[in-house]
Design a protein around this ligand. Structure first.
Ligand SMILES: [Zn+2]
Length: 144
């Protein structure tokens, strides 16, 4: 592992260079002073998706969901809790596929919820269907 990582601010979306040794402390954004890890998923859309997924040195787990999807809504609390358990090793993000249909099409999302894990901008794993908190955390950690 290199000695510093690019962490994209969940609030203003500015990339921050964080020394690896200080990742666990979280730290604050150099631009907007907000915490870099707030223990909750960040909402992504066409305007900021590539900024996060493409620039982040931290793997990004994206929940592709929609408001009308019952299983998506049921999984939301577990996904939010997973953010508290998986940060700062992972960034958790949500894409509302109803508002962001171009992103859903770009990644060929056919069923929701779909979880996709991105590392250095590339999708490395995908899982369709809702998971409970324990399964979700285990699945993410098992992706190496
Ligand atoms: Zn910021």
């Amino acid at each position: 592992m290199s000695d510093a990582a690019i962490v994209v601010c969940p609030h203003c979306h500015a990339p921050n260079r964080v020394p690896a040794a200080r990742l666990a402390d979280g730290g604050t954004c150099g631009k907007c002073k907000a915490p870099l890890f707030a223990g909750q998923p960040v909402e992504l859309g066409a305007a900021n998706f590539d900024e996060h997924v493409g620039r982040s040195d931290i793997p990004v787990l994206v929940d592709f969901w929609a408001p009308w999807c019952g299983p998506c809504r049921s999984m939301a609390p577990a996904f939010a809790q997973a953010a508290r358990q998986l940060e700062p090793e992972f960034r958790l993000a949500k894409v509302n596929t109803e508002d962001e249909q171009a992103l859903a099409a770009r990644f060929g999302i056919r069923s929701i919820p779909t979880l996709a894990l991105f590392r250095n901008g590339r999708e490395v794993a995908r899982q369709a269907g809702a998971m409970d908190l324990a399964s979700l955390v285990r699945w993410v950690r098992n992706q190496g």
